[in-house]
Write a protein that binds this ligand. Sequence first.
Ligand SMILES: [Zn+2]
Length: 1023
Amino acid sequence: MHNDHALVEARLDRFVRDHLTPALYRDARPLAATAWQVEREPVPFDTAVQQSFEPVPLGWRWGRAWSTVWLHVTGEVPAEWLPHPPEGTRIEVLVDFGYNRSRSGFQAEGLAYRPDGTLIKAISPLNSWLPVEPGDAAIELLIEAAANPDVAGEYTFDPTPYGQWETAPDEPLYSLKQLEVALRDDTVWELLQDIWTLRGLMAELPEGSSRRHEILRALEDMLDVLDPEGIPSTAPAGRAALAGVLAKPAHASAHRVLATGHAHIDSAWLWPLRETVRKCARTFTNAMALMDEYPDFVFSCSSAQQYRWMKDHHPQVFDRIREKVAAGQFSPVGGMWVESDTNMPGGEAMARQFIAGKRFFLDEFGVECREAWLPDSFGYSAALPQIVAAAGSQWFLTQKISWNQYNKMPHHTFWWEGIDGTRVFTHFPPVDTYISELNGRELAHAERNFSEKGRASISLVPFGWGDGGGGPTREMIAAARRTEDLEGSPTVVIGTAEQFFTEAQAEYPEAPVWRGEMYLELHRGVFTSQLRTKQGNRRNEALLRQAELWAATAALRTGLPYPAAELEQAWHTVLLLQFHDILPGSSIAWVHREAEQRHAAVTDALEAIIEASLAALAGSPADGGVDLLVNAGPFTRAGVPALGAGQYDAARLAASHPGVTATEAPDGATILDNGIIRAVVDARGHVTSLVAHADGREAIVPGAPANVLRLHRDLPNLWDAWDLDQHYQRTVTELLDVDERRVRATAEEATVITVRRVGASGGQQSTIEQRLILRAGATALEIENRVDWREREKILKLAVPLDVHAEQIAAETQFGHLYRATHTNTSWDAARFEACQHRFVHLGEPGYGVAIANDSTYGYDVGRDTRADGGTTTTVRFSLLRAPLFPDPESDQGEHLLRFRIAPGATIGDAVALGYDLATPLRAVRAAAPIAPIVTSSDPAVVVETVKLAEDGSGDLVVRLYEARGGRARTVLTLDGTAAAIVSTDLLERELADEPSAAGASIELPFRPFQLRTVRFREASAR
Ligand SMILES: [Zn+2]
């Protein structure tokens, strides 16, 4: 036979496009519409229906960006379709808002209601039909249509005015293209699904496979029997022509896919938070409409916050979710408050993502999620396995690491081991997407790509439109049906994530192990973009610690009511703003301005809680009282105990710390000395010497001063706010010249101030004022950076070269730190050219180290050089500011304050303390008497991270601690009072068997390196 298969395929595609698809609807009649334009922000149904609607014609131009229109749609069902539509058809309403391209979730979307306010279904591209009940003679419905602009367009990353209401153009974006009642031919629809699946499968089969040609010839036969002028009458014959190839069973060794319905809904991204509330309502309504029609359909849905939005704003949707969860079709997954970033959230916040999420699902549905579900977050912290396990979960899912630029992760199903040694069973869906359509290409890719073949046979495929929501469609379910048992295809079964993990783990208990962080070799700019959003996060994480500590202490000591609701609200806001496009800084301007405002409101609320709690603890000083310093940190400072408040003993401190001197040297340098450390700051403001008197060793490299500002071009190839591409390193301007320099010195603190004016992009100059501060009693030199940032598409780095032979750098993460290489020996090390830290890094060699703490900087890079004298210079460079133009063209413009502290001669334990010190400054309060700590930990290696009252409102005291130095430890945790029982719990404060327990006031606790523990004091009372 002559080989004509390309010609047959071309014939098929043309016929489907020109004859079959147009025959899907046998007949259609226009409907009428009136419209009401919402002034600005969305309103509920009840408000909308009371407005006066004006008639609008087909072709009506509507929809200024971010606006909302309510359409009142009316019409009659043709008499000949009554009381029943013709055999093999169904009646549907078809709506087209004038979409500009074909993907769901990035353009106009609508939600349809019946006149009584009950929900029908959503409208979006590729899913723009509504059902009509058989027998209904009249059509009346209301559609809330959202004119969401397509902000990203073709992903050219041009600056966009659409990221804010205020800057978006006024003209309408859409037009009402289609509004009619139509008669769908069921057989034609089924035939289209048959063809779609077979066409996709065929294209993936080898050219030489018999099966491929068998499908091709069946499709050819089908084309022959279809009459282009009589599609409805010949479609059954067309289906019959394909029945044989569709009936052939899968190979016995076919890859097995467990497909779970899903809709990735970014809690904010190229749309504001308020739009996500509506996206959830639309997507969930669609998913539940499918559940009604397909009883085996399952929808996996993460993010307790999104359910909570339904509970608050769409109770009708939430009530239905409740029913569908009970029926097993709506499946909560992930057990987190949102799908957060996992690199930057602090330890307690990362724990609270799981605590708040799992609590919500347990309270509302009685469901405990056992998996962490983070398909899209930008890399995964090495601390996560322990946190996931401590929350009572056992599985982990992502696929994002498939986006790596350089290295392919070797495993798809494996054990992931964290910093403390905890392992969780992990799966990367080899389909490499969380937005599958279950097409032939995706299914074939899942099988080909699956690294565990031969040892394991199953993978997960999340299907349904996502990012902007949308979710599964009836066409996807049809594809799943057709691939259940189909020769040449993986077998597809719809199920839950829990079913998948249970089966995958049973099949593959001896899966390989990946140790340490799962670094994403992409999106490295997200540690720096949108500094204000990040600072709000860091600030509020520290304030939450203080508010909970003092509120719990005050509740036990004074009976002051514990502000549980206010604290929960503050946590929920902070957790929401850790979403994987908010904290990383990759959202539109609207989202980030709102995040800044919400963080500010949380700060105010927490400060009020702290103030009220400390006021209660301070009592009413009858005789004027005493001045106290309040120490919310976990280490004694200035003679004040951790978690307590004590008197500032000026005399004692003065005896041990002689005060600060600032001496001018002949070369213009200033020598700062406080008796503990000595720093030399040269005429240009650079640090040329830094020595701790205790060891006398110089930390600074001869000829290579520390504190050098470096300005780089920052023009990513793609994904501007996300990506920092390696080529940024190839162009740099060191900001050496100083425009102003002055010295300010008192006995308490000496400061060298320099001012630099730099750059001229856009005609504006940036100003960088640095204050190098040495305080009496301080073990570190502080570098305060006050930046008025006017650059665009630049990155500002602060370089600190050190005379330390460091193989690796320790960077703080949640509840501990991890080590990363300072070299680029392997492609994995080389790809990690920008990484994440929390409050400190530590660079050390045996016997010596330097700690550098920061107040709000996450991104850094590290490198090493060998000098002419044979010594090693290890340089860490902190990423202070960027200014990408997409998606927020004004990102990071304006004034910023960033602080660092450099401690020479510091151990890793010093680094931990330095980080807490900068994050949690001492506060002054006037009180009747010192405030004793409510709890104490005897071993300084064991850090008390959190002190709070129990989530269940019992009044029990809960303390979270971790081993912070990476070694073994044993501590005695003592309550300043008594408890009926002291028990070890998981993160959800549920008692753990086989873990230490005690009664009375104290409990002795052993710790593995970096081990996290939660201790609950039942019926605690304070002294
Ligand atoms: Zn996402």
